[in-house]
Design a protein around this ligand. Sequence first.
Ligand code: ARG
Length: 265
Amino acid sequence: MTFTRRYLMCRPTHFAVTYRINPWMDPTAPYDNALAVSQWENLRRVFVDLGHTVDEIEPLPGLPDMVFAANGATVVDGRVLGVQFRDAERADEAPAYASWFRERGFEVHDPKHTNEGEGDILLAGDVLLAGTGFRTSHAAHAETQEILERPVITLQLVDPAYYHLDTALCVLDETNVAYLPAAFSPGSQSVLRRLFPNAIIATPEDAAVLGLNAVSDGRTVVLPEQAVTLAADLRRAGYKPVGVDLSELRKAGGGPKCCTLEVRS
Ligand code: ARG
């Protein structure tokens, strides 16, 4: 078993909160771009220190959310499913990410339905967990299964604060996850209980600092340092939590996982 991963990230050079497409975003509130950059650089350094490979995509002016690389694609077995954003403000990120992959020889499928990449589509062992309700459409789940050839399990998100699956659930390793039950419909909660009977259940407080927006390599879990109960629960379960502060990017509704797209060859 190997714990080294390949990640794609996008420096928040042009990060800003200029529109509101989720409840975390307040375009009238102050934010600090320089602090966002240094917090992001720290996250990048943590990954490199863990032995991961980090590639970078050139940030484009006028796309303040492009830092959230998880939304740029879903990559499984070297195959890339491109994205189609719900909101016009982010639309131009889709071709930028698709080009990055095409230029490096990846086969990229342009989607017919709205899907926001690894924000809503997460590989858990052999299956893909797929969120819907706010961004990624239900029709995109069938498309994802067809293109990526993995069973797709639909999970219904119900709380607008947890608008992407990766804000409500973190894949820890091949067989386990951490999640916030209240972010899911009753039926989806039952599905999660059946699939992951030993899951770590997050507290509302930890979810509210985007604690579940974490990046696990199967052993080390990089999560917002404010999520203290989750970190303790992870340690008790045998994982190694590493806290990072991404408070500036949280003003746009993003955390460590949002900044990180896994490139699985
Ligand atoms: N402001 C961005 C949006 O609402 C945040 C995206 C966060 N990304 C994620 N993978 N959850 O689209």
